[in-house]
Design a binder for this molecule. Structure first.
Ligand SMILES: [Zn+2]
Length: 567
């Protein structure tokens, strides 16, 4: 067996500098804004009002938020009167219980865009396992600290997300803009979509301070996030930067990283930022209209020097090449326009053909060793993927060597890149390939379901909680089943799971059901998260079943997560 060279662990100096910039501290902006930086991925911002505080964003969990809160508490001990969520991303909303306990202080206003609960549900419920898997790669959650592993995230410190989720749903929502006075502070919130579809800015007109959320941070923006997200439209994004710019603020306070002061400096930053986004958008569209493919565009669209050299557009977090592919896919779809890409051979077959073309697995592996030895790492990683994907599979000993060669290629690229997201992803994937890290999707899905405590699902629209069930129906086990299960929710809108041979439609009302379960929304949420089994639920006094018990247990067993009929 050949010796596989181990790349020397290293970090791009720009990432080491970036990590230093997120040192823990509280910065004061103007007379009454405090910004806690470096306690997690995002900042927490606190506005000091008359006799009370407004907390803007609450970080990724109660632990991180508590540490930021303790640092803020060295400056002020006023009670919290309001919370504002700039958007529903986990690093902005999951630490609220560090500040507020609605059971003890029911009057605290929680302000957000009207779509925040909908998107929280999408993240935390419908696509949670997949998003979590992506986030664990992109944020390097399982990497050790140090040059061989985690240095920094492109916009903040290591994410400290565990099961300590303390999301509290908004009590005040709006659509485009709204004036508010909380704790005597005059505030204006405005809708600024782009980085997320529910993003807002917070403007303090009496102080000339704008809290810009994630619309601006010190990196080329993450117009596509490799952890996965809906299409982020660059036109929305730069228009939102324009909306911030139009305020003429004296201070710009982003939700990641340090504030900027001085009206001229703020305007210069915002102008550069919006121009960088528009430039990439416009040039991608021009190239598309000239008939170019996403691969060609990704290889050629670049920022001009006057924008590329700005520290606000350095590719520490977002990356132009990745953004270009997103624009193409978001506006045109995935098809490149090359007929060979339309209905390609299945991946195992295509890979086997490439390997055969190389002269078989041994010859392809020799080419792979050469590519790694020569430092042609991007090519080496692709060749390794073909070898590992080929069907029938190459022999096990060779596959192990190929995995280690691919890990070496990915690590080499990671140690050299300025992009924190790519670094974290490649190092995580390399560690999974050589077995240093185990990444088990069912285990992740189970963890996510358990940590999505009832509270989080309570914060999402009730219909969305139920609709997620249709995604869990197993098509094979339900292939011959037709049954209507009524959910007679006593404290929410009743609905029916209409199961028709592999499809579970959600219908209003409970008419014409074969089985009807009467229960509270709390109990349904506990069943959805797995905190309560159907066996135990049916034994509860407040849960009633109209219909055959065995038939109900057999029916719920058609859903992922409820497989084993209990009792
Ligand atoms: Zn954020």
């Amino acid at each position: 067996m050949t010796t596989i060279p181990t790349p020397e662990p290293a970090a791009h100096p720009a990432l080491t500098d970036l990590a230093a910039s997120f040192g823990r501290r509280v910065e004061r902006v103007g007379d009454r804004v405090l910004v806690a930086i470096g306690y997690g991925l995002a900042n927490t911002v606190v506005i000091i009002g008359d006799g009370g505080l407004v907390v803007v964003d609450t970080m990724e969990g109660v632990q991180a938020a508590s540490e930021a809160r303790d640092a803020i508490r060295e400056h002020t001990d006023l009670p919290v009167r309001g919370v504002i969520y700039t958007h529903g991303h986990p690093d902005h909303v999951w630490g609220t219980r560090a500040w507020v306990s609605p059971e003890d202080e029911p009057g605290v206003e929680i302000v957000a865009h009207e779509t925040v609960p909908y998107y929280v549900n999408e993240f935390a419920n419908i696509l949670a396992p997949r998003y979590t898997l992506g986030a664990m790669h992109m944020y390097g959650s399982l990497l050790p600290d140090g040059p061989e592993g985690f240095i920094v995230n492109g916009i903040g410190q290591r994410v400290r997300a565990g099961a300590d989720r303390g999301f509290i749903p908004p009590t005040t929502t709006f659509r485009d803009e709204q004036e508010l006075t909380i704790a005597g502070v005059r505030l204006q919130v405005q809708f600024t979509p782009g980085e997320s579809p529910d993003e807002i800015l917070v403007w303090l007109p009496d102080d000339g301070i704008v809290l810009s959320a994630d619309t601006v941070y010190r990196s080329f923006p993450n117009v596509y996030t490799i952890r996965g997200a809906r299409y982020r439209d660059p036109r929305d994004w730069y228009s939102s930067v324009d909306r911030i710019r139009a305020l003429g603020a004296e201070h710009l306070v982003p939700c990641h990283g340090a504030p900027v002061s001085g009206a001229a400096e703020v305007d210069a930053v915002l102008t550069t930022y919006r121009d960088g986004i528009q430039y990439v958008f416009d040039q991608t569209i021009r190239g598309m209209n000239a008939g170019r493919t996403p691969d060609e565009l990704a290889a050629t669209v670049r920022l001009p020097e006057h924008l590329a050299s700005s520290p606000w557009l350095a590719e520490l977090y977002g990356k132009v090449e990745i953004c270009v592919r997103n624009i193409y896919a978001g506006l045109y779809g995935w098809f490149s326009g090359d007929g060979a890409d339309l209905l390609p051979p299945p991946p195992g077959e295509e890979a086997a053909e490439v390997v055969a073309l190389a002269g078989g697995p041994d010859a392809a592996a020799a080419a792979l060793r050469d590519a790694v030895a020569d430092g042609r790492m991007a090519w080496a990683a692709k060749l390794a993927s073909w070898l590992l994907r080929a069907e029938p599979a190459i022999d096990e000993a060779l596959a192990e060597e190929v995995k280690r060669l691919k890990a070496t290629a990915l690590r080499s690229m990671a140690y050299a890149t300025i992009n924190a997201n790519a670094r974290n992803w490649w190092l995580t994937e390399a560690a999974v390939l050589d077995g240093t890290i185990a990444m088990d999707l069912p285990a992740i899905a189970g963890f996510v379901a358990r940590s999505n405590a009832a509270e989080l699902l309570h914060g999402v629209p009730e219909r969305d909680t139920v609709e997620a069930l249709s995604l869990r129906l197993d098509p094979e086990r339900s292939a011959d089943t037709t049954v209507r299960v009524g959910l007679a929710l006593v404290d929410a809108t009743p609905c029916t799971l209409a199961i028709r041979r592999g499809v579970c439609a959600i219908e209003d009302g409970i008419d014409g059901c074969d089985l009807t379960v009467t229960l509270r929304r709390d109990d349904l949420i506990a069943l959805v998260t797995g905190a309560l089994s159907w066996h135990d639920a049916l034994a509860m006094d407040e849960v009633a079943l109209d219909g055959d018990r065995d038939r109900l247990l057999a029916t719920v067993a058609l859903f992922d997560g409820w497989e084993a009929p209990e009792g």
